[in-house]
Write a protein that binds this ligand. Sequence first.
Ligand SMILES: Nc1ncnc2c1ncn2[C@@H]1O[C@H](COP(=O)(O)OP(=O)(O)OP(=O)(O)O)[C@@H](O)[C@H]1O
Ligand SMILES: [Mg+2]
Length: 591
Amino acid sequence: MPKILKMDEAVFSKIAAGEVVERPASVLKELIENSIDAGATRIEIEIQGAGKILLRVSDNGTGMDREDLRLCLEPHATSKIKSIEDLDSLSTFGFRGEALAAVCAVSEVTILSSLQGESQGWRVKAQAGKIKEESPAAGTGGTTVEVRNLFFNTPARLKFLKSDEFERGRIISVIEEAALANHEVAFFLQAEGKKRLGFEAAQEGKEGEKSRIAMVLGEAVGQYLAFGEESEKSINLRLFVSTEAGLVSNRKYQHWFVNRRPIDSRLLQQALYRAFGPHILQGRHPVCVGYLEISPADFDVNVHPAKREIRFKNEGDVFNLIMRAVSRALAQSLRPQVLVKDSYLPPLRPGSHLESLALEPASSYSAPLRTAAAVSLPLGEPALSQEEDRRTPDWFTPPYRYLGQIERSYLVFEAAGGIFVLDQHAAAECVLFERYGDLLLQGRVLSERLILPVAVSLPASLVSLIMDQKKNLFDLGFEVESFGKGMIQVTATPPMLKKEKDVEEALHKIAEDFSDLKTSLAEVRRKSLATMACKAAVKAHDFLGEEEAKALLLDLSKARQARNCPHGRPTMLALNRIELARRFGRPGAIS
Ligand SMILES: Nc1ncnc2c1ncn2[C@@H]1O[C@H](COP(=O)(O)OP(=O)(O)OP(=O)(O)O)[C@@H](O)[C@H]1O
Ligand SMILES: [Mg+2]
């Protein structure tokens, strides 16, 4: 057995440094975080040799006094934590207190710092972790950290670095992420003597955030961003997401921040994709910049030394929050855009007038529910609060008028000088689907015991499958018993299934979905809800009166996924006033 030897301090600190300082970009990330933690509103960065020769970060933050300046290079020196109790309440991620020490262990560092409002500052120079020189210097308020000859004493690390172009790319990504997370801070990058990036400080609030996102990700991306905001318990989420027209061909434009620090999370990504649904994405990807504010006690960031991965204490809450915010952002972004080619539109009815909608939603576009014997189901209440109500999308906003029903299938409205048309069946399906989904989420099953059980004949294979899935079927509102060869007896069903044929058809579909191993239970449920919504919704060729048409529109305006029915068909088509004017060759009317 070889003898155990205690590691030399210098060797140990180099190994420890390797965890935090992987490449020039990781050094820069730490320095920017420090500047932001120090309250800087302007951060200037300069690099030479892709950050290997020189990496300089100047900020206008609080600055440090002489004592702090000396201390900040020591390992485990931090101003952010004094006792173990601070760990939970710390709102920044910087609690390792080792970044500067780690950088300093593998480079030559000079820090010049002076407190705000003081003309006198101090400069320290250190190399390979040892302070070499300390001197007074003129100060302008703030801190400049200069890192030279990175990895000069760890040649293996230096060799591991990729081309200058690649390393510069990583540096730019770090600055872009910091700029997305801190829109009120100005960032500038000078690389190899040339100005490369310049993000002026943006205004506070939503518009400021949006304009910063457009500066960083490009105007083309910025113009298609919708905004969503949600909160639950101690989590707040603000999110900008591309509308359908702004989907892109790769995932590059997705950024997540927790308490303003960039993080990677499959959970958040999955929620984003789930909210869009495959029929909208069709191989394309959403742009998304999401900002989560969470109490530090509700997540753990130290799963990785580079601090990019975090673990949420309550993953389900976070997942649902993202889904809701994305869905709402998309619903609110809907504008009349789609053209109805060669469509026939009836002349305006004389005497029609602009008016607002009645506030109570009438549910008469849905088939009435039979009284549920087993479970009581208050179905009439829309799921949204008044607060959410205020954020209804523009094109749903009164005043508008109902022009009539055409083909006994489509409802035509005028809004903001344009025309939009609802497919009455698809729109009702969409509303009911969400309503039933909300009930299911609350654990309320739509089920009605039948006075006379219905016998349904099914292929033998499906009968045994259905009996295996009895418990899952119960959760969907069905109660079944086996009833001899090739038959089952249904004693309770969701109340929208009125006819024996409907019950049989629904059970067939569900059994087939259960037999397909690729279909998850969640997907089986989704499909079954879609079937219920389809059965309950008003059909094409049914007459709808004005009140019912308006009630449907009002309910649709509150839906989270208003644009498509659960089968993916559009619920509405629209022709806005600009397009109308353009089509009639009235350029003067375009404004
Ligand atoms: N640009 C700066 N302006 C003012 N103070 C700074 C600056 N950079 C560093 N400091 C001070 O130096 C301390 C040590 O910084 P360092 O980055 O090593 O650790 P930390 O930020 O506390 O934690 P972490 O290791 O997670 O980054 C900070 O806590 C802060 O007090
Ligand atoms: Mg730090």
